[in-house]
Structure formats: C-alpha cells, structure tokens
Design a protein around this ligand. Structure first.
Ligand code: FES
Length: 127
C-alpha cells in the first residue's frame, strides 16, 4: 500500500522537531481527520531557508509528507518554498494511496503558513 520512500520517511523522519532560532512557524490542521502539522523555518538575510523542522500529530502519510517537504525546501529561498505543491511531495514520495493525498496537502499548507508567518514578522520588524 505504501512505497518504500513513504515507509522510510515515516520510520526515519528527517528534520523532526522544533528548531532553534526559527523566524517563521505555521500550524495547519485537517478538520476531518483531526491531524495537525507544525512547520518551523529559519530564514537567513538572503531569504534562504537555512534550517527547517516539523512536528506532526497525525497519520504516517502526514509524517512522511512533512519529512519529505522539509527536505525539499531546505536550502531554498522562501519564494521557491512557496511553489512547493502537494503533488510534488507525493511524486517525491513515489506515490500515496488516493485516500491519503489530503495528508500531503497539509505539508504544502504548513510550508505556506510558515513562510507567511516569516513574512509577517519581517514586515512588523521593519515598520
Ligand atoms: Fe489526516 Fe493523514 S489521515 S493527515
């Protein structure tokens, strides 16, 4: 039912946990299943995501999706991170069962929420 990639990221999640010195954090949830995902990003002065971490209270597919998403945005600019789609996460995981696609949507939304928070904080700081 699950690909090797999904099982690998579920069993050995990358970048799990809150990171030190993050300047953007986003939390999203799916009302139907009740799962919650939190994404932390540390963006440097060049707008590059230097470090990223996640906390997911949810199913295995959500954990694998968050782990993969952190790998995909690490070292990227915030603009690049915003282009990350759930479809790209699913592709990188070499597929998810149809009933688990919504779990990858949480990862896309969590990244966007973290970038949003980072931008808001930056705007407030510059005021
Ligand atoms: Fe809720 Fe996977 S079942 S995120």
């Amino acid at each position: 039912m699950y690909t090797e990639k999904v099982l690998d990221h579920f069993q050995n999640p990358r970048n799990m946990g809150e990171i030190e010195g993050y300047n953007g954090v986003g939390m999203v949830g799916n009302a139907r299943c009740g799962d919650i995902m939190q994404m932390f990003i540390k963006v440097n002065d060049d707008g590059v995501i230097e470090d990223v971490g996640f906390k997911t209270f949810g199913c295995g597919a959500a954990i694998a999706s968050s782990s993969m998403a952190t790998e995909m945005i690490k070292g990227k600019t915030v603009e690049e991170a915003l282009t990350l789609s759930n479809a790209a996460v699913v592709e990188a995981l070499e597929g998810l069962p149809p009933q688990k696609i919504h779990c990858s949507v949480l990862a896309e939304e969590a990244v966007k929420a973290a970038v949003d928070d980072y931008r808001k904080k930056k705007a407030n700081y510059q005021e």
